[in-house]
Design a protein around this ligand. Structure first.
Ligand code: GLU
Length: 477
């Protein structure tokens, strides 16, 4: 087999996997084949190349933006900066965005972008140049805008890149009032929203908590209900992995394992997430963390004893090769596409359960939606109501104290009186979304005994909602 055909094969299975899962779930719906085909296909694939100057030579950068579905506008999804990016991957990720938004009732279609570079090989000035040029290319083709397509961070990009995109878009669209809604995940000081950075990880932790809180389901897995004392292994200490681990620990779980490129550390009595994070930052490696067992082969870390495994790095981590050795009973997918369909079948056959990516990591896009709403309304959440709420609460407390003769402690008083901040509103909107969506998926699953996985149930729900949108658009009878 030639090298190019190996690459071609490797490159073309992720979108195929997503479609395989879609087709399997579609049999539990009753939509006609043409409509299902429309929902499944990628509507617009824009592949482009542009040159940048690096030192005293030019380099051609490969890039993509793919809008999977315009059943809702705008389309939405992150931009991945990675050497591994390819068209198949961006197509798969854009499709997952469509289903993800439908699952958490965020009124967007799905999209994704990719820039084929390793950001570590570029200076900040070069990265800025690449990001601004990428944005200009999108503007030229009408592939970006608050009502068209709204990018966000993904693997390899963050707030800094989003601020360059916003600035480039605003510069090229002078006077456009809603220009800042052209991208989300911006820094707080540049029209971002409180809580967006932690949102995906917080959502993963809430999804996991919701799952383990259902006593009936835990009994089937041989686990006690509740997160307290549950042993968790997290793969990836990036934004999603780090925050998932941090919030799970906050909710009472014990983080026993952390895995990164260079290796994994494990301690059955628990690891302090922040101190492992700092150790890695200072030494350049997760290995050598005091008091922990360590594995130079990072993948071995996933196979250690635990109740819950959170793959929060990249796709294709749990495959038919290692699925049988995973000891966790629950996998909660922080990353997009970490489990292959073959691995999923093996894991369920062992009696496990997988909380699927398109629900589990939807916290990011949920808070992106809040940011976009904030940008369009040009006012921070809580700004109009906070003081009014506090005054009303104050009056109520005064009245109750007057009638009963009781008096509250200063802490009780301030807890009751305090009006909600933007962060509190965002977090409560996120929590509500994750909890409701979990039970929506679970209901679909329980109501159809033939549906065998939570992923299939999530797909069924998503397909039905998207089908309704097409019908509402009048595209389908
Ligand atoms: N890249 C994130 C995801 O895969 C966030 C997308 C967004 O906020 O639009 O869900």
């Amino acid at each position: 087999m030639s090298n190019s055909s190996i690459i071609a094969e490797e490159e073309t299975h992720f979108f195929g996997d997503v479609c395989k899962n879609f087709d399997y779930a579609a049999q539990f719906t009753n939509h006609e084949a043409g409509l299902l085909d429309q929902i499944k296909s990628c509507n617009s694939v824009y592949r482009f190349r542009f040159p940048i100057r690096k030192g005293n030579h030019f380099e051609v950068i490969d890039a993509w933006r793919i809008e999977h579905s315009q059943h809702q506008s705008p389309t939405k999804g992150g931009i991945r900066y990675s050497e591994m990016v390819n068209e198949d991957e961006v197509m798969a990720l854009s499709a997952l965005m469509t289903y993800k938004c439908a699952i958490v009732n965020v009124p967007f279609g799905g999209a994704k972008g990719g820039i084929k570079i390793n950001p570590k090989n570029y200076t900040v000035a070069e990265l800025e140049n690449i990001t601004r040029r990428y944005t200009v290319e999108l503007i030229k083709k009408n592939f970006i805008g608050p009502s068209i397509d709204v990018p966000a961070p993904d693997y390899g990009s963050g707030e800094r890149e989003m601020s360059w995109i916003a600035d480039t878009y605003a510069t090229m669209n002078p006077g456009q009032l809603d220009a800042m809604g052209c991208v989300t995940g911006k820094p707080l000081a540049l029209h971002g929203i409180a809580g967006r950075r932690e949102a995906t990880g917080r959502g993963v932790a809430i999804a996991t908590r919701e799952c383990v809180n259902v006593a009936e389901d835990m009994e089937k897995l041989g686990l006690t209900p509740g997160l307290a004392g549950k042993k968790v292994i997290v793969q990836g200490l990036g934004n999603v992995g780090y925050h998932s681990a941090k919030f799970l620990a906050e909710f009472g779980a014990t983080i026993v394992g952390l895995c990164e490129f260079e290796g994994a550390v494990y301690n059955e009595n628990g690891l302090d997430v922040d101190s492992v994070f700092v150790h890695r930052k200072q030494t350049g490696s997760i290995l050598g963390y005091p008091g922990a067992k360590e594995f130079k082969n990072s993948m071995e870390g996933l196979e250690q004893p635990c109740d819950i495994l959170i793959p929060a790095a990249l796709e294709n981590q749990i495959t038919q090769e290692n699925a049988a050795r995973i000891q966790a009973k629950i996998i909660c997918e922080g990353a997009n596409g970490p489990t292959t369909p073959e691995a999923e079948a093996i894991f369920y056959a062992k009696g496990g359960i997988i909380i699927p990516d398109m629900y589990a990591n939807a916290g990011g896009v949920t808070v992106s939606y809040f940011e976009w709403l904030k940008n369009l309304s040009h006012v921070a959440f809580g700004r109009m109501s906070r003081r009014f709420e506090e005054n009303s609460n104050q009056n109520l407390v005064n009245m109750v104290e007057g009638i009963t003769g009781m008096s509250l402690s200063p802490t009780q008083r301030s807890t009751i009186i305090k009006g909600a901040s933007e962060l509190e509103l965002v977090n409560s909107g996120l929590e509500d979304t994750m909890i409701r969506s979990y039970h929506e998926i679970r209901e679909t699953w329980k109501n159809n005994p033939k549906i065998d996985t939570m992923r299939t149930a999530a797909f069924v729900g998503a397909i039905n909602k998207i089908a309704v949108s097409y019908q509402n658009l009048g595209v389908w009878p």
